[in-house]
Write a protein that binds this ligand. Structure first.
Ligand SMILES: Nc1ncnc2c1ncn2[C@@H]1O[C@H](COP(=O)(O)OP(=O)(O)O)[C@@H](O)[C@H]1O
Ligand SMILES: [Mg+2]
Length: 267
């Protein structure tokens, strides 16, 4: 892939910073002294075996979990422990490993809800939507090549489509930072690259900082400029994909030689 200027964005322009984050669940340490500074516009991946603390990191940054200690700065503003909704409004969006969609709504209605033109019961007030918002929602579904599913409810959607819809919804608010928790998990092997291509295309030119959790090291190498490797709640490596893959502790604790690189791992 082409090499952008400094790998992983401009280090003089830090959009997101985690300082000394700690989080425990009883005896389990889910985050231990996590420190990271993410440059604006970077595309980074998060790797680590199940239970390593990747989702905990995403949850803390997006307000779904409050760290026991430490600070999260977004554009130098302290967002630690803020409500998820407020963090989203500030400019940090996320998608989920298991898409969080309104089950009884259609794909189009879900998109309308996320476009902010809806409040609660989208199916009820769809008729009240402006033609503009329906056009924007439809355009977004087209961009992700899932427009043919617009009138289907979630139960009727294939897993890959649900995943794309959740990601498309995360992008609708024009986030500055986008965190994708295992965007390709549960997606058929041959659909993983097209899915990532669609996401990257949709973000082109928007200078969005992306952090995605991924188990497939080929995808990590292809789409991210830098990799954070998690183990036991700690970041054990923070470097380019090449370096991280050669790192001894990463080999020992994450990629495990032959093990753990296969796609589709879930947690
Ligand atoms: N809400 C929770 N309650 C209790 N334990 C949790 C909770 N969330 C995560 N954990 C634990 O924290 C550790 C890190 O989990 P997680 O961040 O989900 O890992 P990953 O996403 O890397 O698989 C695991 O041991 C997990 O069981
Ligand atoms: Mg996880």
């Amino acid at each position: 892939m082409s090499t952008p200027e400094p790998p992983g964005g401009n280090p003089d322009d830090i959009v997101l910073q985690a300082k000394n984050l700690n989080k425990a669940f009883g005896a389990v340490t889910a985050a231990k002294d996590v420190n990271v500074a993410v440059p604006r516009g970077a595309v980074w991946s998060l790797i680590g075996s199940n239970g390593a603390g990747k989702t905990t990191f995403v949850n803390m940054v997006t307000g779904y979990l409050r760290p026991d200690s430490g600070t999260i700065l977004f554009n130098d503003k302290n967002i630690t422990g803020m409500e998820p909704r407020k963090i989203t409004r500030l400019g940090i969006s996320r998608s989920f490993q298991i898409p969080q969609l309104c089950a009884e709504l259609t794909a189009l209605d879900n998109m309308l809800v996320s476009l902010g033109s809806a409040n609660e019961q989208a199916s009820f007030f769809r008729s009240a939507h402006s033609a503009d918002s329906v056009a924007s929602a439809t355009e977004m579904l087209e961009r992700f090549r899932i427009v043919d599913y617009r009138h289907r409810t979630m139960a009727e959607l294939p897993a890959g489509v649900r995943k794309l819809l959740d990601i498309a919804m995360a992008i609708t608010g024009d986030p500055q930072v986008l965190l994708l928790d295992e965007p390709t998990s549960g997606v058929a092997a041959e659909e993983k690259y097209p899915l990532m291509d669609l996401v990257m295309e949709a973000l082109e030119g928007a200078n969005v900082t992306v952090m995605f959790v991924e188990h497939d090291m080929d995808i990590v190498a292809r789409y991210s400029q830098r990799v954070l490797a998690f183990y036991d709640g700690q970041i054990i490596a923070n470097d380019t994909p090449d370096h991280v893959m050669q790192d001894e502790s990463v080999r020992r604790f994450v990629t495990g030689g032959a093990a753990a690189t296969a796609g589709g791992a879930s947690c």
